[in-house]
Design a protein around this ligand. Structure first.
Ligand code: BTN
Length: 243
């Protein structure tokens, strides 16, 4: 994979939207980084708290294989987890489908989008809480930052550099179609697998033991009746730590 061109901004509406404007002009293999966002968003169009001190970055790639796009979210979450370890020594655990947790609280969210134009692009937005000391009340209990966990300030640019380097390393497996390698690495850092969870999806709620992810990155739940339920999207809540 070629080196990424970096674009740094003070304030943007959303780095994902900024990346889209690059894609619309036919640019790709680049990273948009901003110090804050005025309209940072997450999955299901939720607001993403984007005050200064956090890392807001989007990787823009040309994509041939859009049915494998969910792997890019796994790769990004693994890259963040590894970078958290290198920066702070903390264990960043990946939570299906798109989060990284530290000490059970969300430190990072990933929003992967696809843009179909003359070409197809993948837009991988990463929000990592680094130096924030507090969050809006509504998420305070569930969110954390590296600073809250370590009582130490971190260099946001260094975090971005680590994440990009690790993303490129893992992306090489994706390019070689070695998706099994990615799923295996993800399982090793997983906060979800082996736990009892409740999955809230658009078609309903399911409770069961998270036993793995399939080749399409769906979460596999073993329900009480012994059947395996494929969860394709939704939110996961851990109901017990061990099975
Ligand atoms: C989620 O947990 O729902 C995903 C949150 C993704 C937030 C990042 S911050 C950088 C990029 N720009 C956005 O507007 N969203 C993503």
């Amino acid at each position: 994979m070629p080196n990424f061109q970096l674009y740094n901004y003070n304030t943007v509406s959303s780095t994902n939207d900024k990346a889209k404007t690059f894609a619309e002009k036919g640019n790709f293999n680049l990273v948009v980084i901003a110090e804050r966002q005025t309209k940072g968003r997450g999955r299901f169009n939720r607001k993403w708290s984007s005050s200064s001190g956090g890392l807001y970055m989007t990787i823009l790639l040309k994509e041939k294989n859009s049915d494998k796009i969910k792997y890019l979210t796994l790769i990004a979450s693994l890259a963040v987890s590894k970078s958290i370890k290198s920066l702070s020594g903390l264990n960043g655990m990946v939570k299906w489908p798109n989060d990284v947790l530290v000490n059970g609280k969300k430190v990072c969210g990933i929003l992967t989008e696809i843009l179909h134009g003359k070409k197809t692009y993948a837009i991988i937005g990463i929000g990592l809480n680094i130096n924030q000391k507090k969050f809006p009340k509504i998420i305070m209990e569930k969110a954390t930052s590296l600073k809250i966990e370590c009582n130490k300030q971190f260099e946001v640019k260094t975090a971005a550099k680590f994440i990009i380097r690790e993303f490129q390393r893992l992306y090489a497996y994706y390019e070689k179609h070695d998706c099994l390698k990615i799923t295996n690495l993800w399982k090793k850092s997983s906060h979800t697998i082996g736990k009892w969870v409740k999955a809230k999806t658009l078609e309903g709620e399911y409770a069961g033991k998270a036993i793995g992810i399939d080749k399409d990155c769906n979460l596999l739940l073993k329900l009480d009746n012994g059947k395996i339920k494929k969860i394709m999207e939704g939110d996961i809540f851990i109901t017990a730590n061990t099975a």
